[in-house]
Ligand binder design. Sequence first.
Ligand SMILES: Nc1ncnc2c1ncn2[C@@H]1O[C@H](COP(=O)(O)OP(=O)(O)OP(=O)(O)O)[C@@H](O)[C@H]1O
Length: 584
Amino acid sequence: MGAAAPAALTAMIALILVGAVPPVGAAWFTKLLFDEISKGPAADPRAALGYAVAVTVLLTLVTITSRLAGYFTAAVQNAIAIAAGVQLYHRINTFLGLGPFEQPAFRDRLALAQQAADQAPYAVVMFAVQLAQNIITLGGFSWILVSVWPPAGLLLLAVAVPELLLQLRLSRRSAQAAENSAGLFRARFLFQSLLTDLRAAREVRLYRLSTFFHDRLTGAMRTAGRIELHAHRHVAIVQAVWALAAAVVTLTVTAIAVNAALHGTLSLGDLTVLLAALASLQSGLSAIAGQLGEVGTAMRLFRHYVAVLSSPADLADGLVPASPLHTGIRFDDVWFRYDADGPWVLQGVNLVIPAGQAVGIVGLNGAGKSTLVKLLCRFYDPDRGRITWDGVDLRELQAATLRERMGAVFQDFMCYDLTAQENVGIGRLPHTPAQVAHAAAQAEIHDRLRTLPHGYATLLSRTFADEDGQAGVTLSGGQWQRVALARSLMRADADLLILDEPSSGLDAAAEARVHASLARIRHGRTGLLISHRLATLRDAQQIVVLDAGRVTESGTHDALMATDGAYARLFRLQAGGYQLAVAP
Ligand SMILES: Nc1ncnc2c1ncn2[C@@H]1O[C@H](COP(=O)(O)OP(=O)(O)OP(=O)(O)O)[C@@H](O)[C@H]1O
């Protein structure tokens, strides 16, 4: 909670407590007013006027305090919701690896936790407000009611207690409905984003997918709606039946009170205050019961929030800070699969990446190249075997310090809806404009970014507006790739540079220049390069061929060509293709 939250909480409580007294006072002065008026000609006009003024002042006070309390209640809810969100996203950020993000059950739980973080603070605060306010008001009215006709209190309790218990039961149903439709809600957001996302818009239009996705969207919404409505219907029916029971109590008390007034046992004022007390008690109790139902649902969903916050670490962080790479990285008989019952993606990989050398990885689609990189970044741990950094198992190293020593361009790199400066600069925070310009120049994108409408301050987005209200600019695929490369080069002092298909989108001339530049940058640094364009790996000190998760060949380009294995065949195929392409 922010610094202002305790003050808002104090103001809220004070206003609620202060605001709870006037309704009882107003009812009491109304009784006095009616009693005075019913005296007929003997009535004291000054006293009657005084009572009327008191009623008006007290009711005005109720309005003013409730408006101010409304503001402070919103401030408190806001502060709690932000604090809950901060905790949740902090926990999400502390997952070291990618595993939790790939588990549908966890994603459902996360969606429910997000929902709870938004709703629970509201429900809990409102419940506390209702309870605090009504305890005073209802206490006052109960006292009036019981003092006028004691059995009324017992009758009210007979209705109120089961109603509260019932609401708690119903809240379980509502929470279950939310849990059952969590996956559908996520599907709904998926299809909503597919129908509105700029990147998806091309295929959606070309393949005329709008109806297809629209049907999926409405299908998910209808099914989720049915589940929720079913729970609501149940709640509504039970509540309606209960309202009937409450009405019987009200009618009984009213009839008895009216009868007593007709026989002169109750004054007109007594009757007025009794009816007002009855109405207030009923609406107050029903409000508390309603809020109890909501708070019950919210608290049940809040279990998911607590579960996310207290969920065990996906990967245990190591204690040893990663030191600069001196000898190299080793994969020792590394076995890995994404799911316990899934196929092995890496099957006994042995690999050495000596410090200061460049190792190229080659292999067909799905051979496991990117998986190898993800394990090296410690996004997952091997199921068997180990990966070492200067002889120390990655699991023993502090993941943050290990990752600080790496710069990487992933195959599916990110295009952030941020400025050009930020898109490059977030590779190292904080940074100076000069560092950004230098990295961009190395990735051959400086001139393009410099000459954008607002230079490096230009927003690289077509879906958000910049400070002038103008839509930003977007780059071509190859230019984005260079931005991602520049981002990785922000870590100029990184020990290890991982480049997973860094130039697949570049034109031939740019690719040659970027690789020459990369060779310069890499000079003396350790590099892991993955590319389907074998010519770009030619200068690597070692090239490793991966086939279905196994290293099948390794050596220099020349050695592999001499062996005349899979690499040589693939290389000749590609070289032949280029020769054909350039043949007159
Ligand atoms: N997050 C994941 N969850 C489950 N399976 C995955 C995941 N990522 C990759 N795989 C599977 O692991 C295998 C290897 O994928 P990987 O991305 O490592 O291949 P690759 O050699 O980089 O391929 P490409 O040349 O197409 O980029 C594939 O069969 C793929 O389906």
